[in-house]
Design a protein around this ligand. Structure first.
Ligand SMILES: C[S@@+](CC[C@H](N)C(=O)[O-])C[C@H]1O[C@@H](n2cnc3c(N)ncnc32)[C@H](O)[C@@H]1O
Length: 281
């Protein structure tokens, strides 16, 4: 996904969830007088600037710096042009690959990531990077899709003769928790194994009602990794087929024009404990 304008126009579901998570978690975090904050997978930058920055409490008296990073240069350019400020910057980083030491020049007191980590198949490397990026006693709040029927649809579409050629790598885009019965326990154990202190980790059942079918189509297009591979004249047909498959899965509201998304959202809050702290013993 590289189309920042489309994503920014169509990310109402992601914004609703991120706003709620920030409202819930900002009062629970241990804020320091000065904060260096990382937002992994910042996308178009509107969430970083419009939701994350305003959630930083006034008690951060000596100021803060927020750095939004994204694997996509197009997203980073858009975010920088539109939302870059003296203390809000954006740069390219791929969290799914080991970050070279030359890029590890500073450690962050808080790490956030909203709706990004389901794009990362090997979350072990991403979590290892987050461990390196956080300072001791630093905290992280991660929000990402654990499961979504949409990925079932992708799998089904990839078996159809018409679309198979564009979707040979479909599994790359299915979140690693999609087939797990208890994703929160397995993610929590992974965090624990890496040396984090898990404060809370939940796989929440979520619902979002779109105002109309066009809103759903825009939201689906904005995050579809296959669409740009398909000839322009076939893209409409591809989207209609996705809508039909969602209907086949009995997605509520598809018939009366206010479709509903039902999905499972991982919401994890954890800390990198100080070595030799009681939590590590
Ligand atoms: C759905 S958008 C979320 C954007 C924003 N955080 C929000 O909540 O609206 C997911 C973003 O994660 C980025 N992303 C995917 N894989 C990534 C990776 N390996 N490293 C960094 N960013 C990644 C994508 O480029 C995309 O901009």
């Amino acid at each position: 996904m590289h189309n920042a304008n489309l994503y920014e126009y169509a990310n109402m579901l992601q914004k609703r969830d991120t706003a709620n998570v920030l409202k819930e978690f900002a009062p629970k975090l241990q804020w320091n007088p000065q904060e260096l904050i990382l937002d992994i997978g910042c996308g178009s930058g509107d969430v970083t600037s419009g939701l994350l920055v305003p959630a930083i409490p006034k008690g951060v008296t000596k100021g803060f710096n927020v750095v939004g990073v994204d694997v996509s240069n197009d997203m980073v350019d858009h975010a920088r042009d539109k939302y870059g400020e003296r203390n809000v910057s954006f740069c390219q980083m791929d969290i799914s690959h080991e970050i070279p030491p030359r890029k590890m020049t500073r450690r962050f007191s808080k790490v956030f990531s909203f709706y990004c980590l389901h794009w990362v198949k090997d979350q072990g490397i991403a979590l290892h990077n987050i461990h390196r990026l956080l300072e001791y006693n630093g905290e992280a709040v991660l929000v990402f899709l654990a499961k979504n029927p949409l990925f079932q649809v992708y799998r089904k579409m990839s078996r159809k003769t018409e679309w198979a050629q564009y979707m040979t790598d479909v599994e790359k885009f299915v979140p690693c928790h999609q087939d797990h019965t208890d994703p929160a326990t397995s993610f929590s154990m992974e965090l624990d194994t890496l040396g984090f202190q898990v404060i809370s980790c939940e796989a929440r059942t979520m619902k979002f009602q779109f105002n109309n079918a066009n809103q759903l189509v825009a939201a689906l297009k904005a995050v579809n990794p296959f669409l740009s591979r398909i000839q322009r004249e076939l893209q409409g047909k591809f989207m209609i087929d996705i809508l039909q498959e969602l209907k086949n899965l009995r997605t509520p509201g598809m018939d009366h024009g206010q479709p509903e998304a039902n999905y499972t959202l991982m919401v994890a809050h954890f800390k990198k404990p100080q070595i030799n702290s009681p939590e590590m013993q």
